[in-house]
Write a protein of this length. Structure first.
Lengths: 310, 579
């Protein structure tokens, strides 16, 4: 199949995917008990409730709400936030997504450097001391939740030693990015290290590596010229999903470190029953994941010409 | 973050003078209360320090003096906050934004946080008719918005009408129901122009209430009664609070900038004339997802000058004194209680309800189970409210009596079970529910089951108790203003039955109805005390514990005063002392 047609088909596939995500999310949030208006002890007068529901279209039949929101969303209007009345969902995503994106990209760069380095070392020193050390580090990284990591980093680096701030955000070039970026990168680093290691081991046992060695190439040349490039294909696959995950923000890291990113809205919007924000964030997340997968698929041929010719 | 719990804790309302440092709150409240009640002077006394703070040196002055030492060159202050839900005072339900609104707006009146007294802000003075149902406010001359636009009596007419205007979509219209026709307008039955507020001329405002209301100046100090800048709203529409910086308001400070989810900065209002000039040159609210748990560590790391620690941090703060900061403690005008379904067995039995009351050791609950971070509540209405029982209960705690009561009512504990429903957040609800379960199973021998519900489903759950049975559940109330009607008439009478206890007592209902419009203060308070005696004795609502506030501030922070209602940081007096 020709490449252009392939891309078009993949892009078109985004539509049913996002529609399915929207439908499922819509049904789930309306099946959940509770509502968006004041949930405190003080009563909201019934008439006010009625008016709020009318103003935000919550008194329409469900199918109508479903259609209306979809129609507005297609025109780029994701509606108002119920919880923060002076902001729209577009405002919230527009203000918070760039923050999560920057933080996530920094974390991803850290994760790629650490993960690929550790994984390569592990594979080259297979079953050696360094292999065990890197595997151990990777297991710790995979099994430690990010909120533990960020809390520990704050406790040690901020509270104990006072080297870094305990929270906040000042852009990428700032001491405030160190703790959240490290915390966010630990899990991806570990995953990438595991993938790189196993993939590298496969590749190192492949015939063409033996051939390369037989040609008399040094270990260094074998790894750099022949092994890494092929070993990175499965790593690339998993990187796409990981990247989608880190750039849309982590609830725990952002909440604990007071980063004004999108991640916290994934959770707070649910507990506040802020329907438009839930839909907006979920759709964005679905969109980013789909796009990342698409990009990864399009990148394969660059790493492996065999895929392009197939 | 759950908006409900925030509202409860932050809306610890106005007008009392209990809030201040521990060492200064040492008055024998009962003796003082008695004397003042006899004199009918409740409006000026309001909240007394509660039990735990009442141990002694009576000669100490209850009103702290102003700091008069040297000031630091840099007058800046950093404090934690939650992301404001809306910065429109006419719409606000009293959420995170209160901490900001009280500093950037002035109403007709205000509550002096140092003395607890109601003072004029935009209003120079006010008079009332004989039965306190019509108030005439005289405004100060030359009052303006921060951009120089004049403020007249018409601004108040506009702002109050705007709250009730259906198009404004305010969630807090009920705050203006004391105004004549307020409720009818909110219900769409009358026109906006029929609201009981009239500008006689530029500086004279006449307010007509639904009936006698001696405490109206207290209400006029709350945020829903603030004026809002019409010229800005006309220009920017719905998003007016987030369109122009620095923001336009009429309080001692104005908003310089607001980075959502990050920080909000206040600077002094250059055109401020309604009160004393402020000392701070800048105040920064650092925005946290959950300021109560996240701010203290930042405070310790010198990123904040003030924090309100909770939970595990409190153990540390209340433990050994840290010379690095000052601890400020005060009681809050609140009660956490159990609501009993008085329609269903076993809660329909008076003896059973009283047995539940008597079997709880409130001292142990507050001081051991809740680690001394709360105060025991023996009665319902908080002691800072006039006409309360001052925490002296008609029922005594006694396990023996509780067991005897069950026996006398012919209730067999072994075949009796009850379910405790509670919100799963904050976590202390679970602790309290487990404590009650253990207590009742061990002392009364009844079977107790626990039913946690998600906090955001609580309002729906409670509303559906209208028809559906339950055992008991945990509820709470915090004063909006220092008047017993805010407790009895609003919540507990059979007409309101806010908590769906379904309890009907004609004598109680009559007392509350009579008291609310009684203009004789002493008789009114007497009636409310009688009403509360009935309420506590009949035990459809079983009091458990009250909130206490613990705040920390850097040692150089001076003149930071708190009241037990609406105890947010009022920056207008705050100063930074020279080292």
């Amino acid at each position: 199949m020709n490449r252009g047609a392939y891309i078009i088909r993949r892009v078109l596939l985004l539509i049913p995917t996002l529609l399915a995500i929207y439908t499922l999310t819509f049904l789930l949030i309306h099946a959940t008990p509770g509502g968006p208006w004041s949930q405190g002890e003080k009563p909201v007068p019934p008439l006010v409730l009625e008016r709020l529901n009318a103003a935000y279209g919550l008194d329409d039949p469900l199918w109508k709400q479903y259609v209306n929101y979809l129609g507005n969303a297609l025109q780029g209007d994701f509606g108002p936030s119920f919880a923060q009345r002076s902001r729209t969902v577009t405002d919230i995503i527009g203000q918070t997504f760039p923050v999560s994106l920057k933080l996530g990209l920094v974390a991803m760069v850290i994760a790629l450097v650490i993960g690929i380095t550790l994984g390569t070392i592990g594979a080259l020193k297979h079953n050696g001391f360094l292999d065990y050390v890197t595997s151990f580090v990777a297991i710790i990284g995979i099994s430690t939740p990010s909120y533990v990591v960020v809390s520990l980093l704050v406790l040690v680096l901020s509270s104990q030693f006072g080297w870094l701030p305990t929270g906040g955000w000042d852009g990428v070039v700032s001491t405030k990015i160190i703790i959240p970026a490290l915390a966010l990168s630990l899990y991806p680093s570990a995953v990438l290290a595991r993938y790189t290691r196993s993939s590298m081991l496969d590749v190192l046992n492949a015939d063409y590596i033996r051939t390369a060695r037989a040609k008399g190439l040094t270990q260094r040349m074998v790894v750099i010229r022949h092994a890494i490039r092929n070993a990175l294909i499965p790593v690339l696959t998993v990187s796409g999903v990981i990247l989608a995950d880190v750039i849309t923000g982590s609830f725990f890291v952002e909440s604990v470190y007071s980063v004004p990113g999108l991640g916290r809205y994934f959770v707070s919007s649910i507990s506040e029953r802020d329907y438009p924000v839930i839909l907006g964030t979920v759709l964005l997340f679905g969109f980013v994941i789909s796009v990342m997968n698409l990009i990864v698929d399009l990148l394969y041929p660059l790493l492996d010409p065999r895929i392009a010719t197939r | 973050m759950v908006r409900g719990s925030q509202t409860e804790n932050e809306t610890q309302s106005l007008f009392t003078r209990a809030g201040r440092k521990l060492t200064q709150a040492q008055v024998d409240r009962r003796a003082m209360m008695k004397g003042l009640l006899a004199a009918g002077a409740y409006a000026s006394l309001a909240g007394m320090p509660s039990r735990a703070f009442a141990q002694a040196t009576p000669e100490a002055s209850p009103v702290p003096d102003f700091y008069d030492g040297a000031l630091a060159d840099e007058q800046t202050f950093r404090l934690p906050a939650g992301e404001p839900v809306t910065m429109d005072p006419g719409v606000s339900y009293g959420d995170n934004e209160l901490a900001v609104l009280f500093n950037i707006y002035d109403g007709l009146t205000g509550v002096d946080q140092r003395t607890g007294e109601v003072v004029g802000r935009v209003a120079e003075s006010w008079t009332t008719n004989d039965d306190a149902s019509v108030y005439t406010f005289t405004l100060k001359q030359g009052v303006t918005w921060s951009d120089g636009t004049p403020i007249t009596a018409n601004d108040f007419v506009y702002s109050w009408q705007r709250v009730l205007d259906p198009n404004t979509l305010s969630e807090y219209t009920s705050a203006l129901y004391p105004l004549l026709n307020g409720e009818e307008i909110a219900n769409g039955e009358k026109d906006l122009t029929e609201l009981g507020v009239k500008a006689i001329d530029d500086t004279t405002l006449e307010v007509t209430l639904t009936g006698p209301m001696t405490f109206f100046p207290l209400l006029a100090a709350t945020w829903t009664f603030y004026p809002v800048p019409k010229h800005i709203i006309d220009e920017y529409g719905d998003g007016w609070t987030d369109s122009v910086y620095p923001g336009v308001s009429n309080g001692p400070f104005i908003v310089e900038s607001w980075n959502h989810d990050q920080d909000l900065t206040l600077i002094p209002n250059p055109a401020y004339t309604t009160g004393d000039a402020v000392t701070l040159t800048k105040a920064t609210f650092v925005i946290y997802d959950d300021a109560t748990t996240q701010a203290f560590i930042a405070f310790e790391n010198d990123e904040l000058d003030y924090a309100a620690p909770e939970g595990a941090d409190l153990d540390r703060v209340l433990g050994e004194a840290d010379p690095a900061y000052q601890v400020i403690q005060f009681s809050q005008s609140n009660c956490n209680f159990l609501v009993v379904d008085t329609r269903e067995a076993p809660g329909n039995s008076l003896e059973f309800r009283q047995a539940l009351y008597k079997s709880v050791n409130r001292d142990e609950l507050a001081n051991v189970v809740l680690r001394g971070q709360y105060l025991p509540a023996y009665t319902i209405v908080s002691s800072d409210i006039p006409g309360s029982l001052q925490d002296v209960s008609p029922l005594t705690e006694s396990v023996d009596e509780a067991v005897a009561l069950l026996a006398s009512a012919g209730i067999d504990p072994a075949s009796t079970s009850i379910e405790i429903t509670y919100q799963n957040s904050p976590a202390r609800n679970q602790t309290v529910a487990e404590y009650l379960q253990q207590t009742w199973q061990n002392t009364l021998g009844i079977t107790v089951t626990l039913a946690p519900i998600e906090a955001s489903t609580y309002i729906d759950w409670r509303a559906s108790r209208e028809t559906q049975p339950y055992g008991v559940y945990t509820g709470s109330w915090g004063s909006d203003f220092a008047d017993p009607s805010n407790w009895h008439n609003q919540n507990f009478t059979s007409q309101s039955d806010h908590y769906r206890h379904h309890w009907v007592n004609e004598e109680y209902d009559n007392l509350a109805a009579e008291a609310v419009s009684n203009t004789d203060e002493a008789a009114r308070n007497e009636e409310y005390q009688q009403a509360e005696t009935i309420l506590v004795t009949e035990a459809p609502i079983i009091p458990l514990y009250r909130n206490k506030a613990v705040r920390v501030a850097k040692n150089d922070v001076k003149d930071l005063f708190f009241q037990s209602i609406l105890s947010v940081v009022h920056l207008r007096t705050v100063k930074i002392a020279a080292e």
